[in-house]
Design a protein around this ligand. Sequence first.
Ligand code: ZN
Length: 250
Amino acid sequence: MASLQELVAYCDGRTAQTDVTDFPGAVNGLQFENNGNVTKIGAAVDAGLRVFEEAARRGIDFLIVHHGMFWQAQHPVTGTIYKKFKTCFDANLAVYGSHLPLDAHREIGNNAVLAKHLGLEILEWGLEFNGTAFAAICRGIPRTQLSKKLKALFPKTFKAIECGSENPERIAILSGSGNAAIPSLKQLRCDTLITGEIKEENFVKAQDENFNLYPCGHYATEASGVSALAAELSEKFSLPWEFVGFENPL
Ligand SMILES: [Zn+2]
């Protein structure tokens, strides 16, 4: 058993959450408290009711999520929110959210871990939002190699729009919503983007600008950060951990 307070302090420090400015209304840190004791850690991308119910069923009492419960200033505790709260109370389930801090993190962030899983060398970080650079800019590898690795990593969500060089020079990785990166690719001197989801018009953009775009799923590309943090906590506090997932195809 470990103390909730210790786990939260570790997560707050490790994600350097205070250094990253998130979207207005996003809450990074402890979102729902439990009785103070933790016996099992969970990691999930989204703070959905079914995720909470599954976490409760598995005896998890500390759940790390990337897309947290709160995005607005005020939340009446009714309907689904009430059910989430009730599930947390009944299962003594604490919820910890880490959104943009777990995208930007240089070691356990979504983009850093994706680069590692793909065996790509990070050259620098680019694409600033409120003073923090979020995209991992990696040294290029031949496109056939890259798409093979991506297919293996994202077998169900892999998509390829290959309108750029067969030998990418610089590859940008931006998990989740990749629309923000596309207008900046040229400026970042990148010809290839690995991301989560993009829009219909980005296909023509890729043709017009000779980009390779790999939208491999918002959910799928954002499972690595929470997992890395949970695995680290598990090791540090000698607690078991599990990923609580639903196969979100988007
Ligand atoms: Zn996201």
